[in-house]
Design a protein around this ligand. Sequence first.
Ligand SMILES: *Cc1c(COP(=O)(O)O)cnc(C)c1O
Length: 349
Amino acid sequence: MTTATVDLRSDTVTRPTPQMREAMMAAPLGDDVYGDDPSVNALQQQLAHMLGFEAALFVPTGTQGNLCAILSHCQRGEEYIVGQMAHCYRWEGGNAAVFGSVQPQPLEHRPDGSFALDDIEAAIKPDDPHFAVTRLLALENTWGGKLLPFEFIQQATALAASRGLSRHLDGARLFNAAVRQAQLNGSDAYVEARRIADCFDSVSVCLSKGLGAPVGSVLCASRAVIDRAVRIRKMAGGGMRQAGFLAAAGSYALEHHVNRLAEDHALAQRLAEGLGGISGVQVEAPQTNIVFVDLVGPARARAAELIPYLKAHGVLASGLYRLRFVTHLDVDAAGVDHAAEVVRAFLAQ
Ligand SMILES: *Cc1c(COP(=O)(O)O)cnc(C)c1O
């Protein structure tokens, strides 16, 4: 029995490891608004190089990374095509519209997270004064913990390019996608991350999720796009000073915490198996580190009681649209087994 709380709300809850803290404390620092922070510069170069881009920009959050990208690609009165349940449409407070007068054009997802290519095609507006100018296609990988099919990414981004649109990837969990794709292809996660990134004009990556850094995201793109993004970041209040402490944690994570994401994926699998045998529980087989669960049958009526029950028994989960458990650096097999046991006990009541 675990006595400590098992926090499965999100992979954002991780705290820096002792080795990461050491890297942070040793980081050389400067004022990044002047471009003087060696650790920020090193992180930006590291990820730009890893993903094959000219330049990169360290930002405080994934939300700001997406905002900087969208407002760098699109002008006022233009629009971006995006998933109905994509983070940079649904979960960012409408920021591109609020701050940039850029309208989203949401599309329905297919169950695997992709869109019908015909839907993309149909969403691209003709050149007519009635319409906003369609400027950008934004995809997300992983999406709800699902690896977006690589063939879809290739086709969708090729279609976008052929119609003169830019392509942005919200790769908050790009490395979870890359680790999974590498596993399927018998390949290397860094190689797969690069293959995915090659399909896009910009990619934003969260360091503060499964990679385990305390704060920060990085937007990668061409020099011209990053030059615009620097200005947006400043307007949004994201120009940080001696941010090298944080950047050093990110660099450490990119070096040491990418391949270990496979452990989080295995724990998610273990949790899904533990929950799978419980009557009244329907589990969606996880592809990476996120397990979605639905209560079905008579148990369904009690769904609202489950999260408080879990909390009272030392398990934190989130449930905005569906019940969700996320594995990460700070949980172990005993923790996920405990979570499954508590769900079992709840349904046995
Ligand atoms: C978490 C997340 C973000 C935003 O990151 P924050 O740092 O929380 O602002 C963006 N996109 C996706 C897909 C995410 O999961």
